[in-house]
Design a protein around this ligand. Structure first.
Ligand code: SAH
Length: 277
């Protein structure tokens, strides 16, 4: 048998470079791991893609946790009905306030009352548009509850009574909130320390500095007659950094005038200036 170094017995991952002292200083993150509670008619849709790659590994390691709550179990009568026809007529069905309320009360158990620590969210096309800033806010919380709608949505009174925050993925209509919930969780969870192996990558990528990300390249050096820009192969880190900032600024200016104006305002720059890039 070959000698292998002893493995960690806990659920915390360790990097081989860590000294024992560093490990002791690590907070017991697993114990107070970020949590998502999801109220849905399709609990089997979770963790879904969140179980894959870096978010999946972090889930395995207990860096975050997920609880899918089956709305159906809170339904009415023998058939566990959760919806009914819209008051005032019209197409489709609406999720009942009393049924969703029972699921909300169940989800509330063991969570902080303070919404700053534990947001309660309804995924909805009417909501505030989800963005990186919101993801950062959610990542700072202890966790959150997500209500996934279906059909025509949820009885308005439920949203009022529970002071639910509405969040939209964008100006389009999905059939249900599940995909939106997974997108929100993915964007949030990857900001939790140690979920991404390389923390620096979240600082450089799109939106973090208010700019879109610069173009990325990898091998081969020439592909279909297209070469990687020389500067990236020069080994001159200062020049690489300058090139990347220049490209990020140019792309943002071209594609997202709204972001560009905000960036210029924050950096005391003239949005109409023309810099040689
Ligand atoms: N009748 C509603 C749409 C219902 S779509 C309306 O016009 O506003 C069904 C469910 O899908 C919604 O309850 C919501 O939970 C989810 N959903 C649809 N589009 C969404 C979006 N852009 N962002 C987040 N959730 C969305």
């Amino acid at each position: 048998m070959t000698e292998t170094p002893p493995k960690s017995h806990g659920r915390l991952t360790i990097s081989p470079s860590m000294k024992p002292r560093d490990l002791m200083a690590e907070p017991p993150r697993v114990k107070n791991a970020w949590r998502a509670k999801i109220i849905t008619l399709f609990p089997e849709a979770f963790p879904g893609v969140l179980d894959m790659s870096l978010t999946g590994k972090a889930l395995d390691h207990g860096l975050w946790a997920l609880e899918a709550i089956d709305l159906r179990t809170f339904g009415e009568g023998r058939h566990r009905n959760v919806d009914d026809t819209p008051a005032g007529g019209g197409a489709g069905m609406v999720l009942r306030a009393d049924v969703v309320a029972r699921a909300m009360d169940h989800a509330r158990q063991g969570t902080p009352v303070d919404r700053a620590r534990w947001p309660v969210i309804y995924l909805s096309p009417r909501g505030k548009k989800f963005d990186q800033e919101m993801a950062r806010r959610f990542a700072q919380c202890d966790g959150l509850t997500l209500l996934c709608g279906r059909f025509e949505g949820v009885d308005e009174r439920l949203l009022e009574e529970y002071a639910v925050e509405e969040v939209s993925l964008g100006d389009f209509v999905l059939t249900g909130g599940e995909i939106a919930a997974q997108a929100l969780i993915d964007a949030t969870v990857r900001l939790i320390p140690r979920v991404l192996g390389n923390q620096a990558s979240t600082e450089e990528e799109s939106f973090s500095a208010g700019l879109l990300e610069f173009p990325q390249y990898t091998k081969p050096a020439v592909w279909m007659g297209r070469a990687i820009p020389d500067v990236l192969l020069s080994g001159n880190h200062a020049n690489v950094a300058r090139w990347r900032t220049g490209m990020a600024e140019r792309l943002t200016k071209e594609r997202r005038p709204d972001l560009w104006r905000a960036y210029c305002a924050a950096h005391g720059r003239d949005p109409d200036e023309d810099r040689e890039l």
